[in-house]
Design a protein around this ligand. Structure first.
Ligand code: ZN
Length: 398
């Protein structure tokens, strides 16, 4: 832990004394016997602490051979570390709350605060910080304060495996305060091991003096039996997240099958687009002003089968243009007519729908696809209705 300070480092010196402190064993007044020099990184630059140590003057006292440090020292820096509390807390906060990597923490300390610490040192500080956080989380007095206004508790337990082959970390959380009560790694998840954790949860709840209104977990046998025995009569609900996760796999399999069926039915987009572009290439030669068409209003909702209406749109578009000769597909000869553009836009929309794989088990991709295709179909039917001289002339004023 010793840090090599550059020779030219300018330290701010601070002298600390044991004042108004007495021997912790016999309460005799302490003598100053020696001093300790500590060099520290602080957010205000490097400090040099000159710490006067006291000891008991009574050779018969248990405290005679030990020394006593001034109380202020502990308020400035954790024991034995080369950083003050402010740097220590900064490191822990960046790592645990902001999820910075250790090299990132080191680089920022060096760049912004001129604090050069090795990665080993920072890792060591983080471990100590974690111990302190865990100690605070399990501190009963602190828990009593934060549960002062809580009428009942809802507890959850789950096992997390950080990496395959690692021991499983069992975490007990309390939901009304969203607080992790404690976590314990277990090499085996036998009923007895898990029972130990449940017993500890019960002891904490009893120490807080608050009744447990319910438990939530997955259906792991050790949880089901352990909770029933340790918390007799307390309702045990199975976690709906686990339930959904187990349900998700078969749902997504069926959904994927439905998607394949829809894709099989809705095809031929490319040939429609090629036909439009062929027509456009032909008619662009006679560059006449074209009537305007309002763009398709494609929303979202669903059923299948776009190609037949799309083909009709195309047919309608053919009437607007001329009869086709063979021109290379994708020819950029001219901008498509407004009507041609409508067909191309429909094709693009349908292609986007077919390629969209977003959505989870609660709103599966196939269901989204079916809804979107239905909207396309409705949109096409609206436009076709308007074209046939229906009441919606304003929508499609070809
Ligand atoms: Zn003493």
């Amino acid at each position: 832990m010793s840090h090599q300070w550059p020779a030219a480092t300018a330290f701010r010196r601070m002298d600390l004394y044991v004042r108004d402190q007495v021997c912790p064993f016999c309460e005799a007044n302490l003598y100053v016997c020696s001093h300790r020099r500590r060099r520290l990184f602080t957010m205000q630059g490097p400090w040099l602490l000159v710490v006067r140590l006291g000891h008991c003057p009574d050779p018969c006292c248990q405290g005679y051979h030990g020394t006593v440090s001034p109380r202020e020292e502990m308020a400035i820096a954790p024991p034995r570390l080369a950083v003050a509390w402010d740097v220590f807390a900064w490191i822990g906060h960046r790592r645990l709350a902001r999820h910075w990597s250790v090299p990132q923490v080191c680089a920022e300390l060096s760049d912004s605060h001129a604090i050069d610490l090795s990665e080993d040192a920072v890792e060591d500080y983080i471990r100590q910080y974690e111990v302190m956080v865990a100690a605070r989380h399990t501190d009963l007095e602190e828990m009593r304060r934060s549960y002062a206004n809580t009428k009942s508790l809802v507890l959850t337990i789950d096992g997390l495996q950080p990496e395959k082959g690692h021991e499983t970390l069992y975490v007990v959380r309390e939901l009304t305060q969203k607080r992790v009560w404690f976590a314990e790694p277990l090499l085996s998840s036998t009923n007895d091991e898990v029972r130990r954790i449940l017993t500890r949860s019960r002891q904490i709840a009893e120490a807080l003096g608050i009744p447990v209104a319910g438990w939530m977990s997955d259906k792991q046998d050790a949880f089901v039996t352990g909770i029933a025995e340790e918390f007799a009569g307390v309702p045990h609900r199975y976690c709906d997240n686990h339930f959904l996760r187990d349900l998700a796999k078969p749902v997504l399999e069926k959904d994927s099958h439905a998607k394949v069926q829809m894709r099989r039915k809705v095809r031929g987009l490319r040939s429609i687009e090629q036909a439009v572009l062929r027509e456009e290439a032909k008619t662009s030669l006679s560059a006449e002003p074209r009537p305007t068409v309002s763009p398709p209003a494609v929303g979202r909702n669903g059923k299948t089968s776009a190609p037949p209406p799309a083909a009709e749109v195309l047919k309608r578009d053919e009437e607007l243009g001329a009869a086709g000769a063979s021109c290379a597909a994708g020819s950029e000869a001219a901008e498509p007519s407004p009507a041609g553009q409508v067909v191309l836009d429909y094709c693009a929309a349908v292609r986007g729908i077919l390629n969209d794989d977003q959505g989870g088990p609660l709103h599966p991709p196939g269901l989204r696809m079916a809804e979107a295709l239905k909207e396309v179909r409705e949109s096409l039917e609206r436009n076709l209705g308007a074209k046939k001289g229906g009441p919606q002339r304003s929508r499609c004023s070809v």
